[in-house]
Design a protein around this ligand. Structure first.
Ligand code: PGA
Length: 251
C-alpha cells in the first residue's frame, strides 16, 4: 500500500508566533483523529521550522518549502538541506511552481536540490505541473514528462523510491479552479506509467503522487477517491486548521 499524505504548504504566510499557534491547532486536531493512516506534513517558512517541530506531538512531520542547490558556503540568504535536516524536518518541497516561475528554477537545478535533500536524509516532495497555456495546447503530458525525466530520472532506484511526487497544475494553484478528479486521475496515471518505464512497475506503484491546486475539504474526497491520487499538497486551505483537517479526513 502506498503512503497517503496530506501536506500543508504555508508559503510566505504567518509570523513565527502565528505559525506556532496554527501548528498547535493542527496538532490538536490530528491527535484527536481516530485510526488515522494519513501522513500529515506541515511546511512552514524556514525560520519557523525549529519551533513548529518542537510544538507538534501528534506524529505530524515537518517540511521545508525549499533548500539550496549547494551544500554550504558563501551563498548569502540561502538555507541548505543540511540545515533543514538539523531542525528535525523530514521532508523538503522541491520545484514548487512558484519557485520555478518567480525564481527561475529549472529541472537541472532541481535535480541538484533533490540529490542534496536525499544525501541529507530528507524526503523530497518534488513538484511538477503545467501552466494554463500548455494545458490548452494539450502539452501537459509532454511538460510533466520532461519535468520528471530531467528532474528525477538520474536518481538511483534506491533514491527514487524515497521521493514523493506532487502534481500541481499551475492554473489551479490559488485560483479556486481545481482540476476535475478525472483530469487528476488521467495525469497521475500518466506520471505513474512514466515512472514505470524507467524504474519498473513495482517502484512506480510504491510512489505517492499528491494532487495540489485549490484542494479543499469540499473536493478532497472526490480527488482522493481516484486510484492514482495518494493525497494532496495544500496551500490556502492549510492556513486554517479546521479546513486542513477537513482535507486530511477526506480519504
Ligand atoms: P493552493 O496551493 O491550495 O492554494 O491552490 C497549492 C500549492 O501551491 O501547493
Amino acid at each position: 500500500m502506498r503512503q497517503k499524505i496530506v501536506a500543508g504548504n504555508w508559503k510566505m504566510n504567518k509570523t513565527l508566533q502565528e505559525g506556532v499557534q496554527l501548528a498547535i491547532e493542527v496538532d490538536k486536531l490530528v491527535a484527536a483523529l481516530k485510526n488515522n493512516d494519513v501522513k500529515v506534513i506541515i511546511a512552514p517558512p524556514f525560520i519557523h521550522l525549529t519551533e513548529v517541530k518542537k510544538t507538534v506531538k501528534s506524529g505530524i512531520s515537518i517540511a521545508a518549502q525549499n533548500c539550496a542547490s549547494e551544500d554550504s558556503g558563501a551563498y548569502t540568504g540561502e538555507v541548505s538541506a543540511t540545515m533543514v535536516k538539523s531542525t528535525g524536518a523530514e521532508y523538503v518541497i522541491i520545484g514548487h511552481s512558484e519557485r520555478r516561475q518567480y525564481y527561475n528554477e529549472g529541472n537541472k537545478l532541481l535535480f541538484k536540490k533533490t540529490q542534496l535533500a536525499l544525501t541529507n536524509g530528507l524526503i523530497p516532495i518534488f513538484c511538477i505541473g503545467e501552466v494554463l497555456a500548455e494545458r490548452e495546447l494539450n502539452k501537459h503530458f509532454e511538460v510533466v514528462k520532461s519535468q520528471i525525466v530531467e528532474g528525477l530520472f538520474d536518481l538511483s532506484v534506491d533514491d527514487f523510491k524515497k521521493v514523493v511526487v506532487a502534481y500541481e497544475p499551475v492554473w489551479a494553484i490559488g485560483t479556486g479552479k481545481t482540476a476535475s478528479s478525472d483530469q487528476a486521475q488521467e495525469i497521475h496515471k500518466f506520471i505513474r506509467d512514466t515512472i514505470a518505464t524507467k524504474y519498473g512497475q513495482a517502484v512506480a506503484d510504491g510512489i505517492s503522487i499528491l494532487y495540489g491546486g485549490s484542494c479543499k475539504p469540499s473536493n478532497a474526497k472526490e480527488l482522493f477517491a481516484k486510484p492514482d491520487v495518494d493525497g494532496g499538497l495544500i496551500g490556502g486551505a492549510a492556513l486554517v486548521a479546521s479546513d486542513f483537517i477537513g482535507i486530511v479526513t477526506g480519504f
